[in-house]
Write a protein that binds this ligand. Sequence first.
Ligand code: C5P
Length: 232
Amino acid sequence: MKHIPPVITIDGPSGSGKGTVSYLLAKALGWHLLDSGALYRVLAYAAQRAGVLENQSALLHLAETLEVQCGKDDQRKTARILLNDEDVTDAIRAEEVGKNASKIAVLEDVRLALIERQRAFRLSPGLVADGRDMGTTIFPDAPLKIYLTASPEERARRRYGQLLAKNVDVRLADLLKEIEARDQRDQKRTASPLKAAKDAILIDTTDLSIEEVMERIRAELKRAFNGAVDFQ
Ligand code: C5P
């Protein structure tokens, strides 16, 4: 029988901690990492650069032909993203790219064009997949599905802290508004809306440290894989 590599899905809204948690988990297990949000961001970024954000057929062509790689950035403890061998890890984090990514993510054809590309990351010894619809649409057979949440206020505070550290001048109230608008777009769209899979484990990270979240996930991991998968 063909061996299908295992996958752990980590879904949730932005600021829930899933980027860091997914990186740490993939690193600890020695598994591959897919930051699916980065795929939408890279597509938005490439479309912005080519001036085709509003042109659906050009956008689709880009979605089908983009050369994207997703590795691990051990310094920043996130995914490292390469577009045609160019490191775009920082460039795709710009607020404008995030906003455009969330706009193109409502287009059904764009989402379809990215499905097989995402599934191709499922390689031995295993994959940690971070996103919005990893457990519901892309890897519905994943043996472990985690859904991370946190209050919008806490997510805005986390984002504010990250931007302050980068000397970016923003207002907390504006960030909160932006986060709420993005949540609305992600939850209300008809194509693969943001929601927990029925069999996902829900973890509210509002009052938890990253270490506490990792401990919770470790316990779930041992249960889901009958002790066969673990990390220190
Ligand atoms: O997670 P991140 O903020 O990088 O994702 C950028 C945008 O891409 C999200 O706001 C969401 O609209 C979209 N996205 C998605 N499905 C995914 C991952 C991200 O629609 N699996």
